[in-house]
Write a protein that binds this ligand. Structure first.
Ligand code: 1CP
Length: 338
């Protein structure tokens, strides 16, 4: 097997596979004891700028589970930090922005990302590609809507009220913000691809808050431009609570559409339409139940996934921090055995 022939990249391209490939969102840096040990006393953003740590944390789940792809250890806000936005990641909370963007003046904080703003990204990916051999490395970025939500709200938010208030109430400001974020996200993905990432995932985690027509008007032009700009590798597009958006997400141009646990994969295939592979979609909370509960549900997902033109097994959202790593190992083995 070669990298280009790996089950993961083949499934993304909708080609026949020897077994269903599997990886887990947030597989790096959650429940693994070896991760927690490495991170002791190291703030998150410092870890994300330290190549030795990035490489080791990215490899940990690959060694432990034997999954079909690695995902670069970082966070969606690191390119914003790299251009000087005053933000931090608070343990147990998430990204917190010192000066939320609420007006045109606030946009000044968002200068373009230059190719050499993130030397630690390039260096880490170059080492990882050597270490990983035939295992693909997924690069990623947060999508403009989701990044915009942190910048506008100032931190995590339940309903994204201020974000939507800007989108509906100040559309010119909204579009100007989305334009700037689109260029930053695109450059961040290109930096990862140039360094050797063999696929990318765009996380639009919170875009499920938006109705389909509003998605078309306020979000789609930007996700479309991003996917057009990264045609050289398979592209995965993921959001949470996007059941009603699956059709319009299919129009954004990714090769693979991620599905959360709320819509069964056979139904998701129908909603997304032809010409796409799907990724998903076991509810991460099911892994907190005994294996006897997990097994039939995982098999059901494999069965429904066969209705899609390609299937990458994953969870419907990130691994929960209290997940027993042994459950993920058993799940990986089950998916591989088919
Ligand atoms: O997948 C991996 O294992 C790679 C590491 C990774 C990824 C892909 C991290 C490390 N963050 C992310 C993406 C990310 N970050 C997303 C998209 C994926 C998703 O929806 O889960 C989002 C929305 C964030 C923002 C973020 N960063 C949050 C969520 C806050 C909220 O709004 O609820 C949190 C808690 C963080 C911090 C973070 N990111 C990653 C780690 C290991 C941590 C915890 C760091 C710490 O507290 O020390």
């Amino acid at each position: 097997m070669t990298l280009a022939d790996s089950a993961f990249l083949r499934a993304c391209r909708r080609q026949p596979v020897p077994h269903t490939p599997v990886w887990f969102m947030r597989q790096a840096g959650r429940s693994l004891p070896e991760y927690l040990k490495l991170r002791e006393g190291v703030p998150m953003l410092q870890a994300c700028a330290t190549p030795d740590l990035i490489v080791e944390i990215t490899l940990q789940p690959v060694r432990r589970y034997g999954i079909d792809a690695a995902i670069f250890f970082s966070d969606i806000v690191t390119p914003l930090k790299a251009i000087g936005v005053d933000l931090d990641i608070h343990p147990g909370i998430g990204p917190v922005v010192a000066d939320p963007i609420r007006d045109l003046k606030g946009l000044d904080a968002l200068r373009p990302l230059e190719p050499d703003d993130e030397p630690y990204v390039t260096e880490s990916i170059q080492s990882l590609v050597k270490e990983l051999g035939d295992t693909p490395l997924i690069g990623f970025a947060g999508a403009p809507f989701t990044l915009g939500s942190y910048l506008i709200e100032g931190g995590p938010s339940r309903n994204h009220d201020r974000t939507k208030a800007m989108m509906y109430g100040e559309p010119r400001l909204w579009h100007a913000l989305m334009e700037r974020l689109t260029e930053i996200v695109l450059e961040h993905l290109l930096i990862q691809i140039r360094a050797g990432a063999s696929a990318i995932q765009l996380f639009d985690s919170w875009v499920g808050a938006v109705a389909p027509d509003d998605y078309r008007e306020f979000v789609l032009p930007y996700t479309r431009r991003i996917f057009e700009g990264v045609r050289s590798v398979p592209r995965i597009h993921f959001g949470v609570g996007t059941g009603e958006l699956l059709g319009v997400l299919g129009e954004a141009g990714a090769d693979v559409v991620g599905v959360d646990w709320r819509v069964p994969l056979d139904e998701a295939a129908r909603r997304v339409g032809p010409g796409k592979a799907l990724q998903g979609n076991l509810d991460p909370a099911i892994l907190l139940a005994p294996w006897e509960v997990v097994e039939p549900r995982a098999r059901d997902i494999l069965r429904r996934g066969r209705q899609a033109e390609g299937h990458v097994f994953n969870l419907g959202h990130g691994v929960l921090p209290n997940t027993d790593p042994d459950q993920l190992k058993r799940l990986t083995d089950l998916v591989h055995e088919g």
